[in-house]
Design a protein around this ligand. Structure first.
Ligand code: SAH
Length: 285
């Protein structure tokens, strides 16, 4: 009996395999990466260095965390699932300085991590929980001034929407809002087999780099966001109809945009122009 106990006690956690005790939780969007090649490609794309201010969202069992730590020596991470904290800390103990915040990334103030101690803008990394990816991206956009770049694993369909151009079926609010503030670069696709448990969908790895000099000067960002959101809220309607409570035909005329078009035909530049003309004519209270 004693002997068996000792054996169990001595079991070393495998490099990235699931720890014996942890069962993946669906409600936390847990799909753990186990494909060594994919992990390497992710780390190569990030190309971390010891000078970087790396922050991982949802480190889970540390598949990416360990590799980043080995290279960069330090890392901060935001993880919601308390059950994962202790095993993660133990796994990474000898690899570098890991600081874990047990918090919900959706309400986490990432700006506070840029401090006197580490004033560099953040390099965010994450194999994100797919069920919260869109609200999380919008939460991060609000803090883009503290972010150097972001490398995320997401549902491939979401990556397609992020990078979509006008005229495509997937072009929408997410495309316009992200592209207004960030360069969006889809890097590669990943099949379900790279994860445990395997998700039902394909995944994509994407790089987002917030512009240091904005592409367009948007006079009223709230108004811009409201117009984009409203325009895409009923995709099949014309702009005139979907925006009738906010804008009248004079604004469309001033912006040189045909109000009988649907939102999916309107470029980012045209949305910026429309919002600025609306702002100028003071139609919004
Ligand atoms: N990076 C790991 C785990 C990915 S699974 C890997 O690639 O294997 C997604 C991770 O996000 C899980 O660890 C999950 O617990 C965590 N998570 C889920 N919702 C979260 C939230 N709102 N805030 C922070 N972490 C969250």
């Amino acid at each position: 009996m004693r002997y068996i106990m000792l054996l169990i006690y001595n079991v070393e956690p495998t490099a990235i395999g699931p720890p014996l005790m942890h069962r993946a939780k669906k409600r936390f969007g847990q799909n753990f990466l186990h494909d060594r090649n994919i992990i390497n490609r992710i780390v190569q794309s990030i190309s971390p260095s010891a000078e970087d201010h790396l922050v991982e969202i949802g480190p889970g069992q540390g598949a990416i965390t360990q590799e980043l730590l080995k290279i960069a020596g330090k890392l901060e991470a935001v993880e919601l699932d308390r059950d994962l904290l202790q095993p993660l800390a133990e796994r990474c103990a000898n690899l570098g300085r890991l600081q874990i915040y047990n918090s919900d990334a959706l309400s986490f103030d990432f700006r506070q991590l840029v401090s006197e101690e580490n004033p560099k803008p953040l390099r965010l990394v994450g194999n994100l929980p797919y069920n919260i990816s869109t609200p999380l991206l919008f939460h991060l956009l609000e803090q883009a001034d503290s972010i150097q770049d972001m490398h995320f694993m997401l549902q491939k369909e979401v990556v397609d929407r992020m990078a979509a151009k006008p005229g495509s079926k997937t072009y929408g609010r997410l495309s316009v809002m992200l592209q207004a503030w960030c360069k969006v670069e889809p890097l590669f696709d990943i099949g379900p087999g790279a994860f445990h448990p395997a998700p039902k969908v394909d995944s994509g790895f994407v790089r987002l780099t917030p512009y240091t000099t904005p592409l367009y000067h948007i006079k009223d960002q709230r108004l811009f966001s409201q117009i984009v959101t409203q325009a895409f809220s009923q995709r099949r309607k014309t702009l005139r109809n979907s925006l009738k409570k906010m804008l009248d035909d004079t604004v469309f005329e001033q912006a040189g945009i045909d109000p009988s078009l649907r939102a999916e035909r309107i470029s980012l530049e045209e949305f910026v122009n429309l919002a600025d003309k609306a702002w100028k004519t003071g139609q919004m209270s």
